[in-house]
Design a protein around this ligand. Structure first.
Ligand code: ES4
Ligand code: ZN
Length: 324
């Protein structure tokens, strides 16, 4: 790891809290909750984190969540992430959570969010990392389930900064959730959506994010450059792209570093993030270091990537300025 990368103050904007479940904690939670796992050692659990496509990844990903049952489980998960983040000099994080992956198997919404919220408060106090929550809807579930989840979130409105959209993109375009996101906007949430790497109709999905949904950010979005007019519009709107190079390398032919270079050259607000670091075995510093090596980035360019992220943070102006 490059020492400059290690020491750089960081901002993480694309991080699924369920994707931070390390095999050690997974085994401990399984034991605590009496959940049977098909393996007994950390090594075997690590070997089970194997996949060769987005869909095979997502199957194992949702299966792993069976060990998360109680408020202390969600607390332990998030506090462990924040301790790791602090060790990489992450100063601020926006954290996705997938409530439907839990409520669908009988874990109440309030158990999930209360555990996460308590971890965020303690994480700032104990580790000095500020963080906010983004509620992510599962796009391969119905729009009705998403709307019901949005309504369920409203009592906790003050604990959630925005909403996102993740899971399997194939056949699940942004416009499927137009009414859900319109309501979320009216409730004061900021809006983002995944436009995963190399998906079918990717540029059409990104275009819908701009013209139908009116997103405040795009998660991944690396195919935006396939359409120069689309890329230009993202630039005019100053929309941030939360790119996750190691994650992209797992589900495509590589970390898409050439795309990151072109985004930097076009002056787009590109940011580097980790996505599901326990599964892809790379937290944000390792992701930055991969891009540094691939593109031979200068210190100024590394600083620019982190400034882009702090600038794109869903924080009041004065709070952002304190990091910049
Ligand atoms: C995800 Cl890599 C990826 N793609 C879509 N949805 C996700 N949720 C967590 N990781
Ligand atoms: Zn993601």
């Amino acid at each position: 790891m490059d020492p400059f990368v290690a020491g750089l103050p960081k901002c993480e904007l694309h991080l699924h809290i369920e994707g931070t479940l390390e095999p050690e904690l997974k085994l401990e939670l399984a034991r605590r909750n009496g959940v049977e796992l098909p393996y007994g050692t950390v090594e075997e659990a690590r070997d089970a984190y194997r996949f060769d496509s987005l869909s095979s990844f997502l199957v194992g990903y949702y299966e792993s969540m069976a060990v998360l049952r109680t408020e202390p489980d969600f607390y332990d998960l998030a506090l462990a992430y924040l301790a790791r983040a602090a060790a990489q000099n992450v100063r601020y994080a926006e954290i996705f959570f997938d409530p439907q992956a839990h409520t669908a198997r009988g874990v109440p919404f309030d158990v999930v969010i209360r555990g996460l919220r308590r971890a965020l408060l303690d994480g700032e106090r104990l580790h000095g990392v500020r963080a906010q929550l983004i509620l992510c809807f599962l796009r391969d579930q119905s729009a009705e389930f998403a709307m019901a989840t949005l309504l369920e979130s409203l009592p906790y409105r003050e604990w959630i900064v925005g909403v996102g959209l993740d899971s399997d993109e194939r056949g699940n375009p942004p416009e499927k959730f137009a009414a859900v996101f319109a309501r979320a906007r009216r409730e004061g949430y900021l809006l983002t959506m995944h436009c995963d790497v190399d998906q079918e109709n990717s540029t059409a999905h990104i275009r819908q994010c701009l013209d139908v949904i009116g997103v405040d950010r795009i998660d991944h979005g690396v195919n935006a450059l396939d359409d120069p007019e689309l890329a230009a519009e993202i630039g005019r709107r100053g929309l941030a792209l939360t790119v996750c190079p190691v994650s992209n390398g797992f589900v495509t032919d590589g970390p898409k570093a050439d795309v990151i270079r072109r985004m930097l050259d076009l002056g787009l607000r590109v940011t580097i993030n980790s996505d599901d670091p326990a599964y892809f075995r790379a937290y944000v510093a390792e992701n930055l270091d991969v891009v540094r090596r691939e593109l031979d980035l200068t210190r100024d360019e590394l600083v620019r990537l982190e400034r882009n992220a702090f600038e794109a943070a869903w924080l009041p102006r004065a709070a952002k300025d304190a990091y910049l």
